[in-house]
Design a protein around this ligand. Structure first.
Ligand code: 2AM
Length: 176
């Protein structure tokens, strides 16, 4: 059976995506590397990898009902993942409610047969790939607050021009 490469993420609105793109542009002269396209910028909550079509269909149906508690995450620093050569933006400290949403998501996903990765959650937005410097720029732009109330289920598809992301489902915001 064929599979889909899936992940859950927070997706920024266009204003925040533009701000994150400006963070990428500001770091690029220092870090070099390839900026992510503005419309692809996101914060991954859970990477599932290759998922069978029937499980993917179950996730699409169930995702609207897995409601996230609304929260906010400060984007206040640059960071580097040296081995995959990524320059990212993210919080200095993971907010406890975001950690709880991450943990709750994986608990919910366990009912579908998924197990969480062994490494701790490191919330980040990948800004540049294939960077040429192992340290981030010394100064970050002014911090921004990312307010979220839902997550998206995304399929990552290989195309001739690289990866393309397709949103398959959205969780519903908590009723107000
Ligand atoms: P990254 O930006 O740090 O590479 C789609 O690939 C999303 O899932 C990206 O945000 C990616 O993070 C994240 N991800 C997490 N674990 C991954 C893995 N083992 N392989 C590929 N992507 C992963």
């Amino acid at each position: 059976m064929s599979t889909l490469r899936l992940f859950y993420a927070l997706w920024p609105d266009t204003a925040l995506a533009d701000t994150l793109a400006s963070w990428a542009a500001r770091a690029q002269p220092h870090s070099k590397g390839r900026p992510m396209r503005t419309e692809t910028l996101h914060m991954t909550l859970a990477f599932l990898g290759a998922v069978e079509q029937d499980i993917a269909a179950e996730l699409v149906d169930a995702t609207p009902y897995h409601r996230l508690l609304p929260g906010a995450v400060p984007i206040d620093r640059y960071g580097v993942f040296a081995r995959p050569r990524i320059l990212w933006a993210g919080p200095q400290h993971t907010p406890e409610p975001l950690q709880a949403s991450h943990d709750g998501l994986w608990l919910w996903l366990s009912a579908f047969g998924f197990t969480p990765p062994p490494q701790p959650f490191r919330p980040h937005v990948t800004l540049l790939r294939n960077i040429e410097r192992p340290e981030p720029p010394a100064d970050a732009p002014p911090p921004v607050t990312w307010r979220y109330d839902r997550m998206v289920l995304v399929a990552s598809e290989s195309t001739d021009g690289g990866s393309r992301y397709r949103v398959l489902a959205r969780s519903r915001p908590q009723p107000g």
